[in-house]
Design a protein around this ligand. Sequence first.
Ligand code: MV4
Length: 501
Amino acid sequence: MIKKILIANRGEIAVRIIRTCREMGIETVAIYSEADRLSLHTRMADEAYFIGPPPVIESYLRQEKIIEVAKKAGAEAIHPGYGFLAENADFADRVEEGGLIFIGPTGRTIRSMGDKTQARHTMQAAGVPIIPGTMVGIRDIEECRLEAAKIGYPVLIKASAGGGGKGMRIVYVEKELASAMRGAQGEAKSAFGNPEIYLEKYLEHPRHIEFQILADQYGNLIHLGERECSIQRRHQKLIEESPSTLLDDDLRGKMAQTALSVARACSYHNAGTIEFLLDQNRNFYFLEVNARLQVEHPVTEWVTGLDLVGEQLRIASGEPLALTQEEVKRNGHAIESRIYAEDVGEGFMPSIGTIRHLNVPGGYGVREDSALYKGCEITIYYDPLIAKLITWGRDRSEAIERMKRALGEYEIGGVETTIPFCQFVMNNPRFVTGEFDTHFVEEEFNGQSVGIAGEDLKETAVLGAILFQEWEKSKTIGLVQGNQRGKENRWKTQGIMQGLR
Ligand code: MV4
């Protein structure tokens, strides 16, 4: 077993990885930027090395520097977490060339899945269903017209080097095709350095469901079931859960076998995620491979009882999978609420500041993964995801009720957060009945609950005055939040406080 690893990341995921390492007796090496001198990951690791100024390009993305630190510290492996260098094929190669273990799949696997037209070919050859569309990149508008007519409108223009939604254009009628094509090519060139695009049939109301897989270096593969990730806004996931309300055992079984075929087809090892889109007739199509540990991995951990970071470390150490598919048992239901430092009332604008007040929920069936502490700074330099709140229930409705309870306990003072948005979702009838798709947020949420109107105005004014007094006394925004008269008043309260400030 690996004895010492460097964690090439920060925030909640670095803390998450350190925790498992400690349990397994693996020594940890943190790296930190100027902005993270006092951060939790810096303090929790056994050793920590300064790597540069706050901007990621000068710190967490410095490949050679990070590898040099790993060697100097005597680490045998590098865990990239998610984001930053996690899916950088060149980094994975460089780590291995430096005689270290990259905790993830090979650079070759990452590269082959990064090219979307190549991935479509590989998957088609493996008998995996892909969304109808072109199998090669498209260069000129005539070819584009021809192919779009063959596929049938609406079509979606995607970047060959893309992923995550960048450079995509929906086209409903032929006359919009030429300008959309030019736009997509320009965006693809500036975002990925490669202007190549291709076409797919546009699925109008898809659900986004992904399968977690584990694969060792000896060709053994298992799946750990699915995660439903349709509750998102502009490609930023907001709520995830497992299992999905849409799948029955038959469809789950078919998708799982397909996910394993995908992993085999790209010689995948370590923990990975296979993304699918499902159309309104529950036809499923391969979308992408995520060659990393994902933000939402805790929901899978909770329903399977497995520690995914532990499994990653064992696989990277060269151990064969310790369990067979038959030994994977799924139990109950888990939901994750992503807490971003964003102002929901201001179009999810990032909110920065010092955490002045913090009360973290707990109790039966509640897990909180974060790197928050009272006094920590939320800056503009890094991702606004500051915490993940996960609840478990024997069934979905118990997990939802527990999530409502936990969100109501959560007090974060000093920055605006998406807690009120998560509360909105937990109370939304379409979410509760499971009748939603990837358009849920744009259709159901328009920031309405943040405002104050009509009947509520008088009560709110009184409440605001009381709260203002409390605020003056305490001089902390956090105590004001703590004094709410019930969770339904929370947004009104925040609206008032904003007005008063
Ligand atoms: C699609 C699609 C509809 N039809 N492809 C968005 C991210 C990128 N990985 C692929 N994405 C989509 N591809 C076809 N042919 C809709 C999306 C999409 C989406 C997918 C998953 C989760 C959220 C999404 C939000 C908007 C669009």
